[in-house]
Design a protein around this ligand. Structure first.
Ligand SMILES: C[S@@+](CC[C@H](N)C(=O)[O-])C[C@H]1O[C@@H](n2cnc3c(N)ncnc32)[C@H](O)[C@@H]1O
Length: 351
């Protein structure tokens, strides 16, 4: 293999990509990595891979370009037909029954790692096709991706015939306007229902709750610890009894511990949040600065946590405490102790 950089440099760079963004470039892909990154390095006048790592910390433009160049955004409409069947035949009837019983007509769905939006729009179309009187519902569909180019395309709602190859002709006529040479644009009335945002799943997320989360063909490249942390965070972002759908090759093996149950529907595994109580540890910190440092550490390490308001122990003490799942508490305590962060007390409880 003829590469411009040494194997050591490429190994360090691929470790950085994996650590910060969950992107996996194994040695057999180093040539591809180099081919993808070189044009960006030229544009930003970076000579070495270590320059890229250092500059990415503060140069958002460079970071965006690197991620746009290195992510694989391959996707198409109605990519997993069985998931659409599960949604229309099993999940939506349950959400409709719930709405009848509770009067709550909200449905909130997240496509995490949505690429150019084909996945989110396919889910939206399935929901609209299935709901009786969709206009009577309060629907909200969120798509997120680490690639800003992908999100820009998602927002444009423009697709090629190839990306719509699995789409029924009736659906095409109903939800898309045709333009140019065999190109299609989502009908404008669907735009208010969707929201797209740039988000690295390994960084902090906005606090929101969803009835359904789809994350497919994204974590396939993540190592087990990243996959586990993100699944834990998905679980926290689900409403009670909410569903998590992922592709078959990304299934998880610690569902009971994670508070998810595994259902087998239409020959696929689907996960549902269980109401089983989970054990947490709550950490009170000696000072606001200890709390702040602890939050920074947790964000850097990707350990899932919840920040909650508490009764102040004394006037100088922080007004918030951190909740961490019992299964992650040893790791968190190790991190706090290595950074000499002072915990005033901690207790264990079920939630
Ligand atoms: C192969 S596409 C899958 C798109 C869609 N979910 C599907 O199944 O058709 C994978 C997407 O994951 C995104 N991705 C990779 N790492 C990510 C991360 N750390 N945070 C958010 N998105 C990420 C990539 O940018 C890419 O668009």
């Amino acid at each position: 293999m003829q590469t411009r950089f040494s194997t050591k440099e490429l190994e360090e760079f691929s470790a950085y990509l994996n650590q910060e963004y969950g992107l996996k470039y194994l040695p057999e892909k180093f040539q591809q990595l180099e081919n993808r990154i070189m044009p960006v390095m030229k544009e930003f006048d970076c000579r070495r891979l270590t320059d890229v790592i250092l500059r990415c910390k503060h140069d958002i433009q460079l970071r965006m370009q690197i991620l746009n160049a290195l992510t694989t955004n391959e996707t198409w409409f109605f990519r997993h037909p069985s998931h659409h069947k599960i949604l229309s035949k099993h999940i939506l009837p349950k959400l409709i029954a719930r709405a009848k019983a509770s009067g709550d007509n909200r449905i909130k769905i997240w496509s995490a790692g949505c690429s150019i939006g084909a996945e989110l729009y396919s889910i939206l179309i399935t929901v609209l096709e299935c709901l009786p009187d969709p206009e009577d519902w309060n629907l909200s569909f969120v798509g997120s991706d680490i690639s800003s180019d992908a999100i820009e395309r998602a927002r444009s709602g423009k697709y090629s015939r190839h990306e719509l190859r699995n789409t029924d002709i009736k659906i095409l006529d109903k939800y898309f306007d045709r333009y140019g040479n065999d190109c299609y644009k989502i009908k404008p009335e669907l735009y208010p229902l969707v929201e797209f945002e740039v988000l690295n799943l390994l960084e902090r997320w906005p606090a929101r709750k969803f009835d359904l989360i789809f994350c497919r063909n994204v974590m396939i490249y993540f190592d087990e610890s990243h996959k586990r942390r993100i699944t834990e965070k998905f679980l926290q972002a689900l409403n009670p009894d909410g569903y998590y759908l992922t592709s078959a090759n990304e299934s998880i093996h610690w569902e009971t511990e994670a508070g998810l149950k595994k259902l087998f529907i239409e020959n696929e595994f689907v996960y549902q949040k269980t109401s089983r109580k989970k054990t947490f540890r709550i950490y009170h910190f000696a000072t606001p600065s200890d709390l702040l440092r602890a939050l920074n550490l947790l964000n850097q390490s990707g350990l899932p946590y919840e920040l909650e308001k508490i009764k102040q122990i004394n006037s100088g003490a922080p007004k918030r405490a951190i909740f961490i799942a019992q299964s992650d508490s040893n790791r968190a305590e190790e991190l706090f102790s290595l950074s000499s962060i002072k915990i005033s007390c901690h207790e264990t409880f079920n939630k």
